[in-house]
Design a binder for this molecule. Sequence first.
Ligand code: FES
Length: 633
Amino acid sequence: MLLDGADEVGTQAGAGRVLLRFLDTASEARTLGETRVPSGTTIFDAASWNAIAIDSTCGGHGTCKKCKVRVVDGAIGVSDLDPRAFSPDELADGWRLACRADAHDDLIVEVPPLQTRPKAALVGVGRHVILRPAVQKRHVVLDEPSLEDQVSDLERVFAAMDDLELHASLAVVRELGGVLRRSHYDVTAVVVDDELIAVEPGDTTASCRALAFDLGTTTVVATLLDLTTGQPLSVRSRLNRQHTYGADVIARISATMIDGDALEDLRRQAHSTLAELTKEVCAEAGVDPTEIYEIVVAGNVTMIQLALGIDPEPLGMAPFIVASRAPVPALASDFGVDVHPRAPAVTFPALGAYVGPDIIAGLLATGLTRDRRTRLFIDVGTNCEIVLGSASEAVATAAPAGPAFEGATIRCGMRAADGAIEGVRITDSDVEIQVIGDSEPTGICGSGLVDVVAELLRIGLLESSGRLLGEDEAAELAPGLVSRFRRVPNGKGGEERVFVLAWRGDDPAESVYLSQVDVRRLQEAKAAIATGWKMLVRRLGIEETEIQQVLLGGSFGAYLTPASAVRIGLVPPLAVTRIVAAGNVAGEGAKIAALSLPERHAATALLDEIEYVEASGNADYNDLFLEELTFPA
Ligand code: FES
């Protein structure tokens, strides 16, 4: 270890990871930051992932030769390109092109002052992302050809951007001659990654947009981004039109197995959802859709495969195989999105059938694998994805929680929408409820369900086994609440115990209530999730008390009361301030990938950084699950 004074991160070297410290040469070698990254990561990517700016115009493609840094400590090789950018003395002095310098050793790197200050945006869970989008526009005024200057049209454009190594398709070349001549060689080149996708007349650099989608099983969200500022221009959401096939991915996979036409119809439904959202965000922002040059789509494996028309059947049965772990090259039109005709569609890699691209996007948004703290990320859903770890090591699993947290299978359950009871507080004699939209209560959503169970446990009206007390028992403990302990028909000719939350007339069956069956369903969902994260705790060989933060993804996480989540054992018993709603992390990850090419590289690297733990293959799973069915005493 070469880093004198490195903090405890430096003493926890995980296998295959190296520690990089960046110094600012402009201010007496002040430390800009330090980070642990997988061995082999370029200095450029490591800096970008940690919001440390290094000069570049090519975005890390090795063509601009602006990303000069000096390695002042640690072993670093010389790339093929370095001798073209530096003298032998400079090479001996440690100068390297950051985007070609793979870090295989702990390094201290001096970063020269920037010639141009890059823009940055705050995205995800407090992530500071340097704007280096794959889409870039260059305004160029070219010399007109003559008998003395017979350079071809395409070479003329490429020569004006000789810091990039570009290629172009036939479609671009077809249009090029006309655009150049009509605009008197005053044009804007539109480049995505290393492909010239369009040449537009005049200076259009101010109009540079991308679309980020969170293609959720239930809800789809579109964010139109201005790539020149990193700011959203418009955000819209709507129900995934595929919902008529069922609430969860299994229902939709099953549909394709039963009905030969279902795959094509599901593909069309996804496309029409995405197309409608595209129209809406463009109309709201007053943007011409053809000025959108790239789309990024985050979603679970099933949603992505269905939208691309890839048969999902192998996802639905053991051994649960994805069509491709790496993103499949696609165009926006392959998702039914009508933007620039050559706009690519970017997706995320998948760890497995049920820890998919959406969780990779979520990890970009949370920065979980870049942080020294040990953090637990839970994206609660029908299929719940769980990741535990830090910059040193991270493990992931999937938990089949079922739809209880989304309000499905619960007697009075509903999604988190207007009319849903989202919060419950019980006193000796009364029940205080919080209703989304401050409207008449019509049902109970996931956070309300957790709250009411936690409150009944707190005052002893629900046993840790999950048994709801009878009317007589409740009368002794909380006489002021006894009128709420009732029985309603269970739909099978019998009755079941309920606790009425909100009366609608005198009939408990017509009111909003929690039933004994609902408690059982919550126990199963909670047990699936708690078993998942406890397995990961064991896998990392740590204690629960070493977890420093819990991040809860999705709308459920936003509404959930942390104290209630602790009380029912859904999350580890941390101080409530350490249980944080992370929001729509998949959508935030999609935005980050649209704003930064290095962040996309980071997403791909996550495939090798995270170990996937298959729950059903774990010998302890059943025992742990049975233990977790009870609530903490
Ligand atoms: S050469 Fe352009 S970023 Fe390295």
